[in-house]
Design a protein around this ligand. Sequence first.
Ligand code: SAM
Length: 181
Amino acid sequence: MENIVPLKITVVRLGHRVDRDKRMTSHLGLTARAFGADRVILSGDKDDTPLETWRSVTSRFGGEFECMYEPKPMRWLRAFSKSGGKIVHLTMYGRSWNEMTPDLPSGGEIAIVVGGTKVPGELFGLADYNIAIGNQPHSEVAALAVFLNAYVGPKGPDHFPGGSVSVMPSADGKILVSKED
Ligand code: SAM
């Protein structure tokens, strides 16, 4: 039986701007978590708010999700690549996601990079895959959601052990189940 190295996904958010990206960055991390990423690395303006949001949601709804701030993301990405990690850069200039997804590794360390402010040109060469969710400009949250859903698929409750509450799917209301009773 070949030794299958589990897939570990890190989402790297470049260029967070504290004055205009608060909600967008916060939603990006929540989307990363809900759609199966293991970790988010925040860079750009130093801002604890998104990190606090992600930690609070993880504490309530469970799972092993991690997050951290990185002041030098390109240095981090170069080291990640040198250590054998594979870099996926989501960009409208890339090749189509539905062509590329079957070629992506099914195990090992993957970093998925999305931009905010101007993305460094170096990233296009550093990335192992430059992938577009269509070749029109839209949003990092939409791009990440579509890509992660195609790459690792929707995550069910087993992906989020622990926590204090969970949602009971309902056809006509909101049911939040306490796990602490
Ligand atoms: N101003 C940034 C730049 O010049 O590169 C891009 C701004 S865009 C709103 C923010 C991020 O959303 C991009 O860096 C990319 O990661 C993602 N994005 C937007 N449209 C995309 C698309 N069609 N396919 C893949 N990713 C996309």
